[in-house]
Ligand binder design. Structure first.
Ligand code: ZN
Ligand code: ZN
Length: 355
């Protein structure tokens, strides 16, 4: 039986440090499951949410966090039909409460449902000992998985987001993909792309991150674009790619220069995959888009089906995100956020471990 009270990291005021406090353990309603959190990892979006850069900040007070691995403790009254049992280990994308009734749910995909809520954004998140998750979103982790919960947790946001982008990019073996921004998400993108048989060019403005993917073996070529003009970046990329532009570029950074770089290094009919959410307006040269027949394609955290497919791909290929060696506690959450804000992510995804 779950206790009645638990520890949680709560955003009480936008832009202020999180507060660790005792709050009631929630009750699973409808199709929700009560879960005990094993590991919750920190995503760059958590920082953007708490600082108010996303949606002007969360509805406070709110427990943040949207990447985790947890164990099912109790089923809500309508959850049994989803086939998940007490004791199952699950992960979820951040979405929950889609309606299954609307046009988006029926005709496109439930992650576009207008009724959806998001864990750690506008619904209670994972930086706490217990939470509820939607059984319609949850993906059961196979018992024989060789990866640790810390390695699995970042798949449920960082992993599935780049997975969606690479799926929509329709990459063919032998093509060249530029990954613009090779920290967190980008590092995973280089690994997935390489497993798909694609040549990977990592582009970033930080040498440590570039060296990480080069030495890790997931980028075939690397380029630091920090001190280069756009025309110089274009020239260098062509030198690295048999004299032509790349077939596709995935932008994991939310920075304007990253998007402008990606647009300028594509070949004719190339695909620009938008993953990083810019905090500012990015002016796109539509003349270039028109004359070069460029495709600009968005990517989004998938629903249960895409998440399960990504997890299966990770297991089959043995690809797991790079994770920080330190075992963080819930009380370390503000320190973790400060490290993330300072861009100190070279050691891998940081995760709170509750066991
Ligand atoms: Zn995230
Ligand atoms: Zn819907």
């Amino acid at each position: 039986m779950a206790p009645t009270m638990m520890k949680a990291a709560v955003c009480k005021e936008v832009g202020q440090p999180l507060v660790i406090e005792e709050v009631p353990v929630p009750k699973p309603e409808g199709r929700h499951l009560l879960v005990r959190v094993q590991v919750a990892s920190l995503c760059h979006s958590d920082v953007s949410i708490v600082t108010g850069a996303v949606l002007g900040g969360p509805p406070v007070p709110l427990i943040i966090g949207h990447e985790a691995i947890s164990v099912v403790e109790e089923l809500g009254p309508d959850a049994a039909k989803y086939g998940i049992k007490v004791g199952d280990r699950v992960g979820t994308p951040l979405w929950q409460d889609w309606c299954f009734e609307c046009y988006e749910c029926k005709e496109i995909a439930p992650q576009f449902c207008p009724k959806i809520t998001m864990k750690g954004v506008n619904a209670p998140g994972y930086f706490c000992e217990y939470t509820t998750v939607d059984a319609a979103t949850a993906v059961v982790i196979p018992e024989n998985t060789p990866a640790s919960p810390v390695q699995l947790s970042p798949i449920f946001c960082a992993g599935v987001t780049v997975w969606d982008a690479l799926s929509r990019a329709c990459l063919k073996p032998g093509e060249t993909l530029a990954v613009v921004g090779v920290g967190g998400l980008g590092e995973i993108a280089t690994k997935y792309a390489q497993a798909l048989g694609v040549k990977v060019v990592g582009i970033d403005v930080r040498d440590e991150q570039l060296i990480g993917v080069k030495e890790g073996g997931s980028a075939d070529e690397i380029l630091n674009s920090r001190d280069l003009k756009l025309t110089e970046v274009k020239e260098r990329v062509r030198e690295l790619n048999k004299g032509r532009g790349v077939d596709a570029a995935v932008v994991t950074s939310g920075s304007k220069p990253a998007y402008l770089t990606a647009l300028n290094i594509l070949r004719a009919e190339g695909r620009l995959m938008a993953v990083g959410i810019p905090g500012e307006y990015v002016p796109i040269n539509m003349g270039l888009v028109a004359t070069q027949a460029i495709k600009i394609i968005g990517a989004k955290v998938p629903g249960q089906i895409g998440t399960a497919a990504c997890l299966d791909f990770c297991h089959r290929k043995g690809i797991y995100p790079k994770v920080h060696p330190r075992k963080f506690q819930l009380e370390d959450i503000n320190e973790m956020m400060d490290l993330m804000k300072a861009g100190k992510v070279d050691d891998g995804r940081m995760a709170v471990q509750f066991f």
